[in-house]
Design a protein around this ligand. Structure first.
Ligand code: AMP
Ligand code: GLY
Length: 414
């Protein structure tokens, strides 16, 4: 049977989902997609969910996979499911685990998930009073989605008070604020693919959020990732499953919005114990780019099992190998948009890995970097070192004006 699958989103994550789903008897569609996803399938143009639904019907699309958080929090899953379409992704209510940090923190307490001590409030004075009780540094977070810009680590009390005042600049997203205790440890990204009741856990990954080598410079969407990480052994992964993922799924069931989709736990490991920093309700980007190539079970089988609530019966396996991805970003990322730049690609041995394209446009058969994160060079290997070497060999085959990337992805493990 020919399958018709739509991937919603336009980044490297969605390109990778496309790569992992490509195959015989599969037609792929992207909404809106990017300048390279149309090499894997068809990019769709629609002005709203209604128009998208019409296209879904006319192409006979039988599965929709949602990449980014914005359409999830806008309720795309509810909208399409109500019209009889199968969708891999959480409902709008379940998506609040990401779209409201205040909701997520209260949820963690209610379902006994370990998380940093906090206060969420709209009252600035109360927030400042609470900040006064914490040791520095102090973490200040806007409640709503701020494209990764809503978290401030204040070095001292004065900065903390200022940050509480300044959360207003995020508008509605910053009207409620979370002040929380700073956790000192190392971060892991852990992904559970969920069918509402059961889940399979992917190997742990590590992101690199800062722009510059050695974890310096401003925060970004992520400059590179690798998996599996030796910083998470079986015992720690089991703790994360038992203390964080399982109670979250039970919690979502109790709240009457069972979680189907990717539950992404951002974890801080402090003295060997996993503590939840945040939930996201989607794949991480660039984590997705390195995780999907390590699956042995075909991704489509997993997604179908999730959507149909039969994950329990799935035989799920991952390959015994490593993947490491290096993000190539445009000149002014993450500060401002960059001028378009022609991408020159040299051929490389495909056994090294591949390139996942993100911020690219196509013009007359050529790809142009169109700003932000342009692509991710994913190396694979039998060891992390090998995967890293391969990833950097691929980086050397890409060239565009102003290209910048970190040279130390994987440094915490190597
Ligand atoms: P979040 O969006 O909540 O994950 O925050 C973005 C980043 O801020 C995280 O990936 C951490 O690097 C950092 N962060 C958030 N909360 C804390 C915390 N309580 N302690 C230390 N770092 C934090
Ligand atoms: N790489 C982290 C994220 O996608 O939020």
């Amino acid at each position: 049977m020919q399958r018709h699958i739509l991937i919603v989103g336009s980044g490297g994550r969605e390109y990778s989902l496309g790569l992992a789903l490509s195959g015989e008897n599969i037609s792929l569609y992207f909404y809106p997609g990017n300048g390279a996803t149309n090499r894997l399938g068809t990019n769709l143009i629609a002005k709203d969910f209604d128009e998208l639904y019409s296209l879904i019907q006319s192409y006979g699309i039988d599965l929709v996979v949602v990449g980014p958080e914005a359409p999830l929090s806008e309720g795309i899953v509810d909208f399409l499911q109500n019209r009889g379409i199968k969708v891999f992704g959480p409902s709008q209510k379940a998506s609040r685990l990401e779209s409201s940090k205040a909701y997520m923190k209260d949820f963690a307490i209610k379902y006994k998930i370990p998380t940093a001590k906090y206060l969420q409030s709209t009252d600035k004075q109360k927030l400042k009073d609470f900040a006064n009780t914490l040791q520095t540094p102090i973490v200040i977070k806007a409640d709503g989605l701020c494209a990764g810009k809503g978290v401030i680590i204040a070095k001292n009390l004065q900065e903390a008070h200022q940050s509480i005042e300044q959360m207003e600049k995020f508008g509605e997203a910053g009207s409620c604020v979370v002040v929380e205790e700073y956790l000192d440890g190392y971060e892991l990204s852990v992904f559970a693919l969920c069918d509402g009741k059961d889940f399979v856990l992917l190997p742990a990954a590590q992101d690199h959020k800062r722009l510059l080598d050695g974890d310096n410079g401003p925060n970004t969407g992520g400059m590179g990732a690798y998996t599996p990480t030796p910083l998470c052994d079986e015992a720690l992964l089991k703790k994360i499953a038992d203390q964080i993922i399982t109670p979250a799924l039970r919690g979502c069931e109790s709240e009457n919005h069972p979680f189907c989709g990717v539950l992404f736990a951002g974890i801080m490991v402090v003295e060997g114990e996993p503590i939840l920093l945040e939930f996201n309700v989607r794949f991480g980007d660039p984590e997705c780019e390195v995780l999907l190539p390590t699956l042995k079970t075909p991704l489509l089988q997993i997604l179908d099992s999730c959507v149909e609530g039969r994950l329990k019966d799935l035989k799920y396996e991952v390959k015994d190998e490593f993947a490491l991805g290096v993000v190539l970003a445009s000149k002014d990322y993450p500060y401002s948009s960059s001028p378009k730049a022609l991408i020159r690609l040299k051929e490389f041995d495909e056994s090294l890995g591949h390139i996942a394209f993100a911020g690219v446009e196509e013009k007359e058969g050529e790809l142009y970097a169109s700003g932000g994160r342009v692509c991710v060079c994913v190396g694979r290997g039998e060891s992390l070192r090998q995967a890293r070497e391969n990833a950097y060999k691929i980086c050397e085959c890409v060239e565009f004006e102003g290209m910048q990337y970190r040279k130390d992805i994987g440094f915490r493990a190597l």
